[in-house]
Design a protein around this ligand. Structure first.
Ligand code: HEM
Length: 213
């Protein structure tokens, strides 16, 4: 039996999109429970993970520069560009924001519309779609960063001696699904931006052909 999925709705209705995606990858309340179990041991290492992520982002000029530009816009600039460091107030604040996000990802018990809107807002603000709050980060860096964070979580699960193998397996599968869901909620805005920039108007059928070819 084939279930109909409305392509247009996938692009405008976050809940509908999430329902389709999560059904497809079989993301269920059991995955959410596995994440909640993992949270009990991971919360204390999240600030360390957030710190590692910013170290990584500051390791390359191409990623560090986003924070320098954003710092100027945000701050009116008491801190000179070249002085922005991992210990600057702005970066400490952003590390805390990232920690808060990661904690929420693991602790969330009900994936409500409000939570999905939050995940989608995080995606949107990194693209050119969010007007004054847009950061316009190229997708390659987002993909690399998501992979980096996910791998740090995998190491944390793997090295936890209190989890049996079955629990580890369930947490790892759940983590993989969650990161793919967040990736999708980034990617949809990048694809939209690409379509906005295209001067050629296409029908939905033609759009699908473009993406696949
Ligand atoms: C892919 C994983 C990423 C996640 C989960 C993530 C998450 C976040 C979160 C939670 C915030 C704070 C949002 C808020 O103000 O409520 C934020 C802000 C920000 N992110 Fe990301 N981010 C990611 C990747 C990146 C990358 C790769 C860059 C740049 C190389 C970047 C640059 C920024 C900047 C500059 C801000 C500050 C925006 C502002 O203060 O106006 N992010 N991010």
């Amino acid at each position: 039996m084939t279930e109909h999925i409305d392509n247009d709705r996938l692009h405008v209705d976050i809940k509908y999109r999430f329902d389709y995606f999560s059904k497809f990858i079989h993301f269920t309340t059991e995955d959410i429970s596995a994440l909640n179990i993992f949270a009990s041991s991971a919360i204390s290492v999240i600030p360390v993970i957030s710190d590692s992520v910013y170290r990584k982002l500051f390791q390359y000029d191409i990623t560090k520069d986003y924070f320098i530009i954003q710092n100027d816009v945000f701050d009116g600039s008491s801190i000179k560009n070249e002085n922005l460091s991992l210990d600057s107030a702005q970066i400490i604040y952003r590390k805390d924001m990232l920690s808060g996000y990661l904690k929420r990802l693991l602790l969330q018990r009900e994936w409500t519309n409000e939570f999905l809107t939050y995940l989608s807002r995080i995606g949107r603000m990194h693209t050119s779609k969010a007007d004054s709050t847009s950061i316009n980060v190229d997708f390659i860096h987002v993909n690399a960063t998501l992979t980096y964070i996910e791998n740090l979580f995998i190491e944390t699960v793997w090295s936890n001696e209190n989890f049996d193998n079955n629990t580890k397996k369930n947490i790892l599968l759940a983590l993989n699904k969650v990161f793919r869901i967040q990736n999708d909620l980034f990617l949809m805005y990048y694809v939209e931006s690409l379509q906005d920039n295209s001067s050629i108007r296409t029908t939905n059928h033609e759009k699908r052909k473009c993406i696949c070819s």
